[in-house]
Design a protein around this ligand. Structure first.
Ligand code: NAP
Length: 257
């Protein structure tokens, strides 16, 4: 075998091993219960309470329900007391677990002490740091959002500008967040659910199965495949103007704007 032939044989073997390992990793995602098993007491063994930010609607509400169903008491946080109370009552009646509500606006800077005060003494096992906002319901690039440098509404004239609110909520409040693609919630205008756009309940149920699968999860097999497809696209192409504009157009059409 000459040197050139040897080089190509080694290259071929390296490619087979590389993609083989990827395939094995992917196959593990198909069977989360087998590959990343959790004992029944997984959540309750770490403490009695789960804390869910943005827990009064959408994905956060579904997490609060699911975790209460698995035996944890839950603390739900959001801005609207009425919504929080309604969801707390529903969860309590459905699961028999205790539910505590904390009114907090994560776009503000000064509410962390208030939250800490209200969480004192609770034996917390799980934090679902789910809260997040879209600067605009019409998808667009962040810095091109309409009125980004204005207060969110005239009556908020002396409050933070929209850009500061979005940064406070989506960046400051963030530690780590599950990274889904589409989930049908108020944030996405309750898009019709299908194989790709999941209901909040389905998404939450599957995402909890991947807790042992590493630091970051797409939360479902379908979104994992999408994630891998996106990662396979070279960054220069993915972040090119043309690609970003076509993606925005596609999303706009789907949300019907
Ligand atoms: N839906 C999707 O397809 C999708 C995809 C990828 C990532 N995500 C992420 O998943 C998370 C949840 O999304 P979602 O679709 O469930 O959103 P959602 O339907 O808009 O629900 C948001 C929740 O957060 C609360 N909230 C909003 N702004 C808040 C603030 N400033 N301070 C405190 N609470 C606030 C809302 O209640 P109040 O309005 O009463 O405060 C509500 O309970 C977000 O971080 C989002 O970026 C969603």
């Amino acid at each position: 075998m000459d040197l050139m032939e040897l080089f190509f044989v080694c290259l071929g073997a390296a490619v087979v091993v590389f993609y083989g390992v990827k395939m094995v990793r992917f196959a593990k995602m198909l069977y989360p219960r087998v590959c990343f098993p959790q004992p029944d007491s997984f959540f309750t063994s770490m403490g009695e309470w789960a804390v869910v930010t943005g827990g009064s609607d959408g994905i956060g509400k579904a997490y609060a329900f699911e975790l209460a169903g698995r035996g944890l008491n839950v603390v739900i946080l959001s801005r609207t007391k009425d919504k929080l109370d309604r969801v707390a009552l529903e969860i309590g009646e459905t699961t028999g677990q205790k539910v505590k509500v904390i009114v907090a606006d994560f776009t503000e800077d000064d509410m962390y002490e208030h939250i800490e005060e209200n969480l004192k003494g609770l034996n917390i096992s799980v934090l679902v740091n789910n809260v997040g906002i879209l600067p605009s319901h019409i998808p667009c690039k962040f810095l091109q959002t309409k009125d980004l440098e204005q207060p969110p509404s005239p009556r908020d004239a002396f409050c933070f500008l929209r850009i500061t609110k979005v940064i406070n909520c989506n960046v400051k409040a963030l530690v780590k967040a599950v990274a889904p693609f589409g989930v049908s919630t108020p944030m996405t205008g309750y898009q019709k659910s299908n194989m790709v756009t999941l209901t909040a309940e389905d998404f939450v149920r599957t995402s909890l199965e991947y807790l042992q699968a590493g630091d970051k999860t797409y939360g479902s097999i379908c979104h994992t495949v999408l994630g891998w497809m996106v990662q396979a696209v070279p960054q220069q192409i993915l972040h090119s103007e043309t690609m970003q504009d076509s993606l925005l157009e596609y999303v706009k059409k789907r949300v019907g704007t």
